[in-house]
Design a protein around this ligand. Structure first.
Ligand code: ZN
Ligand code: ZN
Length: 416
């Protein structure tokens, strides 16, 4: 039996006034998902643990059966992976910003005015120079992120992530020197490398044509890269190698670079269908078509990710979130019909994103599972509130795939 896991990013929410004190999930007209609720069972899940506010990256690791507290390498590496880097264990990565400094190295704008004019060109030119050099034997590569963001990757021996930021996190302050956060020679070396890199970047960017053009256009020059959030890549287990979890060939469908990065890292084959945007305007139908194709192919697990729900909450738009859930629900029915119900389906979110707070929250998320043969509960609608009465009770993110693969009758006995 094939298994489909659907994650609507930031699916769960708090009740909001403009939806009559319902959550977007409660307010949504989602006849297919509610039908599945009456055929299946639901419960609620602490993606990481009660009281922990998950990020999308840590939460997805957990949902893929990997304890983020043990394996999460920090935001730097995940941002780099999300921007296209392939990282090896031991690589150190930082989140970075193009920023503007004056002649005294005082940060006058932390995001170079958020103007991305010429930044692709700068990253290309910086990389072709960096390609020819090293800093005390350490190679550095840059990966362009969205807007003013750029990930900075260090490769070499004896690196450490125990170093401080060069980003002062406030305008009007000088660019900081990176300091080792312990007495380990590796931390001392890494901080020195980052400081040399920072001075070099500043010199290189100050004279660059792109910055003369930016100033001519009335934009702030992007004359420094500030780094923060150092993390060291670790070896992360692949989901096909988890003990007592029988997944042989997993595929993932997502248009969000961070999630694609996490999926690739843990061993999914990743598909980004044309028309999938990672936003509210994504082609839900095309993603569902792709899911059907992959489920009919050689994959035993297909992970289908939608980002629109989370984006709507971050923008404070619960009504847009509700409508997005409705569209996903009606498209998902095609998968169920295609397999005549002979399929295992899980639907959940990776965390709560409050449309009021416009940020993630620690509240557990509802999940719904369906299999043709299973104990059902007596609920006929799916929501944050109903899930608290569900037959599956309360679980942790790391349990979810085990639950699904067991419903798919793939699991072996543990013990004699
Ligand atoms: Zn998320
Ligand atoms: Zn989010």
């Amino acid at each position: 039996m094939k298994t489909l896991l659907v994650v609507l990013d930031g699916l769960s929410d708090w009740p909001v006034g403009e939806l009559g004190n319902k959550t977007p999930l409660e307010a949504a007209e989602k006849s297919f998902i509610d039908r599945l609720a009456s055929l299946g069972a639901q419960g609620y899940m602490d993606p990481i643990s009660p009281g922990t506010i998950p990020g999308s990256d840590t939460s997805h690791l957990a949902i893929f059966g990997i304890d983020p507290r043990k394996y999460y390498p920090g935001r730097g590496p995940f941002e780099a992976i999300g921007s296209g880097a392939i990282l090896n264990p031991g690589d150190v990565a930082f989140r970075g910003n193009f920023a503007t400094v004056n002649e005294d190295m005082v940060v006058t704008n932390r995001r170079a005015g958020r103007i991305d004019f010429g930044l692709d060109q700068l990253v290309r030119d910086l990389n072709s120079e960096l390609n020819k050099m090293d800093f005390d034997g350490v190679r550095i590569e840059l990966y362009r992120g969205a807007e003013h963001r750029v990930a900075v990757v260090l490769r070499g021996h004896d690196l450490s992530y125990r170093v401080s930021d060069t980003d002062p996190h406030k305008e009007g302050l000088k660019v900081l020197s990176s300091r080792p956060l312990d007495n380990d020679p590796r931390s001392i070396k890494t901080a020195e490398v980052i400081n040399k890199f920072t001075s070099w970047v500043h010199r290189f960017l100050t004279d660059h044509k792109v910055n003369r053009d930016r100033v001519e256009h009335g934009y702030l020059p992007a004359n420094i890269i500030l780094v923060r959030g150092a993390g060291m890549m670790r070896k992360i287990p692949r989901i096909t190698e988890h003990e007592r979890l029988n997944i042989t060939r997993p595929a993932a469908i997502s248009a969000t670079s961070l999630i694609k990065g996490v999926c690739r890292l843990v061993g999914f084959e990743v598909y980004h269908p044309e028309g999938a945007t990672g936003g509210l305007n994504t082609r839900i139908d095309v993603k569902v078509d792709t899911a059907i194709k992959l489920l009919k192919g050689n994959y035993d697990l297909v992970f289908l990710h939608f980002k629109g729900t989370d984006s709507a909450s971050h923008d404070g738009k619960p009504d847009a979130k509700k409508r997005f859930i409705e569209k996903v629900s009606s498209e998902l029915s095609r998968i169920f019909d295609e397999f005549n119900g002979e399929i295992v389906i899980g639907i959940t979110g990776d965390h709560t994103t409050s449309s009021i707070r416009r940020e993630h929250a620690s509240d557990p998320v509802p999940f719904l599972v369906y299999a043709p043969r299973m104990f059902r509960d007596s609920l006929s609608t799916f929501s944050e509130r109903t899930s608290r009465q569900g037959g599956m009770g309360r679980i942790r993110g790391v349990d979810l795939l085990y639950l699904l693969m067991d419903l798919a009758e793939k699991q072996d006995k543990f013990g004699a």
